[in-house]
Structure formats: structure tokens, C-alpha cells
Design a protein around this ligand. Structure first.
Ligand SMILES: [Zn+2]
Length: 310
């Protein structure tokens, strides 16, 4: 009996240590490697942005669909999982001088918000504005195919009206699991002509898609330069908060591996590259989709309009 107790005690200890080590591994902050193989050639992107003929956009607006939160430790590895961290959901409208516009991302409907954050308030008027903009946009692009970015497109009531204007990349269209998760209509998917490109692809004057697989297979960064010379990089969810880039502070493995299936080394390379870019090109505004604090700063200062123009 004493021998049994000793074995049992050792087993409990082994499990406890194993659990502790596993928890540390899944939650700990990992340093971002100094070297990055992710090439983000701003010179080439700027050159491509000038290729399409026509006037560059004149301003960019944001439309908020929800304020929500994530556990702080899900955004910043090593922080508390019990402490909520504010995030914002919405979409962007790139407005041209003649009043026409393009849309970046489509947010999601109330049902999908509730699935992610049951007590978060939904801005129905904001969502209606984004839906209306999907109807009138010259083009619609997505930073990536996760539900909170593709959801608005997936529930758009006239899917056929999106054909020819909804520009999904080959990787986004092929991302079965995420499109299924968003209940993206099969019939629409079959009618879309995928956008095929290697690294960079200009879709309009001043607007260039930049491939950035990692957070999801179809993640891309959207570069926009305005007629007045201001420049923006819409990073989608490469980072959930701009401090992930300024402080080189990545999400924990628990989130990236168990929930997202991220390519960690690819995203870490992007974070390192964007961190360097901030130093060398501080005027290029790196816009993070869910950063509530950054969003407030950009809309308060007028760098982004706080509502869509429709
Ligand atoms: Zn997102």
C-alpha cells in the first residue's frame, strides 16, 4: 500500500509538472527572431500603386460594427487570460475624388458576433452601412477569410451582385474551413474569378494587395496611398494590436496553434518586418483591424473618417 501511494504520488507530480510545462509552453511569450525572410518591398509597392491609370483615393473611412474584447493573454502572450482586452470590429471605405469607393473587409452580422462574444454590443446601423457599401463599391477586398472579416459578404442578400466586384485571392477562395465557418455561399464561391498574384498586385490607382499568408492561408496586407501622399497598410489580423508590432509581442501558442492554425514563423517574420518598417517609414500608417485604441486615435484625429459616406 505504501508502495502504491508512493507511485501514485510520483504520477501526480509528473502530471502536475507536465501540465505546468505544457501550460508555460502554450502561454509563454516567445521572442521574435531578429531576421525576417518576409519581403515587403515598399519601393516596389509604391511603383505598382502608380501603374493603374486614374486618380488615387482621397480619403478613407471606418465603420464600426461592434466593440468587443478578447482575453488580454490571448493577444499578448504571458498576460492574464482573465483580464479582458478591448477590441473593435468594422470595415474600411476607400473613397475616390468622384465619390466612387472600394471596401476593405466586410465585418460580420450579429449572430456571428454573439458566437464570438455573447455579451458584446452590436451596432446594427454600422452593419447596415457596411452592407449598403458592399452594394455600391467599385471593388471589395478582404484582409483575410476569417468570419469577422468575410461574414458581411457571406450574408449579403444579393450574392450575384457581388460577382465581378468581390476580389478574393486564390488562397482565400481555396480556404475551405474558414469559408465553411463563415457559411460563405457555395453558389457565390463558384462564380468568383480568383485573383492570382505572387507577391503584389495593384487593383486600383493607389491600392495594392500584398501577400502575407500566416495568420490564415489567404491573409494579405492592403496598401493604400492617397492623392495627398498619405500611405496606409491595412494589416488585418497579422497583429491584433499595434503593440504586437511596436513591442514585438506575439500571441501565445495556445491561440495560434489550437484556435487559429497560424503559421507562427511566417507571422513572426511579418511582425519583425513591420517593426523595422515603422522605424524606416514612420509616416506609413500601419492600421490594425481590431486595435480599439489605435482606431480611436485615427478616427479622432481625422486620419480615418468615423463613418462611411453613402
Ligand atoms: Zn479579425
Amino acid at each position: 500500500m505504501r508502495r502504491f501511494l508512493r507511485v501514485a504520488a510520483i504520477a501526480v507530480l509528473v502530471f502536475a509538472i507536465g501540465g505546468f510545462v505544457a501550460f508555460r509552453y502554450l502561454m509563454a511569450r516567445e521572442s521574435i527572431p531578429e531576421e525576417s525572410s518576409y519581403a515587403l518591398d515598399l519601393g516596389e509597392i509604391r511603383r505598382l500603386a502608380a501603374v493603374p491609370s486614374g486618380e488615387k483615393p482621397v480619403r478613407i473611412n471606418f465603420e464600426k460594427v461592434a466593440d468587443a474584447s478578447l482575453p488580454k493573454g490571448a493577444v499578448f502572450a504571458g498576460e492574464s487570460l482573465a483580464e479582458p482586452h478591448p477590441i473593435v470590429h468594422g470595415a474600411f471605405q476607400v473613397v475616390f475624388g468622384d465619390g466612387s469607393y472600394g471596401v476593405i473587409d466586410s465585418a460580420f452580422d450579429e449572430a456571428m458576433l454573439k458566437e464570438m462574444a455573447s455579451d458584446a454590443p452590436f451596432d446594427a446601423a454600422g452593419f447596415a452601412a457596411v452592407q449598403k457599401a458592399l452594394g455600391g463599391a467599385r471593388w471589395i477586398v478582404l484582409t483575410h477569410e476569417h468570419g469577422d472579416h468575410i461574414g458581411g459578404v457571406a450574408v449579403y442578400p444579393e450574392p450575384d451582385a457581388l460577382v465581378g466586384r468581390l476580389l478574393l485571392s486564390r488562397e482565400q477562395i481555396a480556404s475551405d474551413d474558414w469559408l465553411d465557418h463563415a457559411q460563405f455561399p457555395e453558389s457565390l464561391r463558384a462564380k468568383l474569378q480568383p485573383v492570382e498574384y505572387d507577391a503584389y498586385h495593384a487593383i486600383a490607382p493607389g491600392v495594392v494587395l500584398v501577400k502575407a499568408a500566416g495568420h490564415s492561408p489567404g491573409t494579405q496586407i492592403i496598401y493604400v496611398t492617397l492623392a495627398d501622399g498619405r500611405e496606409f497598410l491595412f494589416l488585418g489580423d497579422v497583429a491584433w494590436n499595434s503593440r504586437m508590432i511596436t513591442e514585438l509581442w506575439y500571441r501565445p501558442r495556445l491561440v495560434t496553434q489550437l484556435f487559429l492554425g497560424e503559421d507562427r514563423s511566417a507571422v513572426m517574420g511579418q511582425i519583425r518586418r513591420l517593426h523595422s518598417l515603422r522605424a524606416s517609414e514612420p509616416a506609413v500608417e500601419q492600421v490594425v483591424s481590431h486595435d480599439a485604441e489605435q482606431n480611436r486615435r485615427l478616427t479622432d484625429s481625422g486620419a480615418l473618417g468615423a463613418r462611411f459616406e453613402l
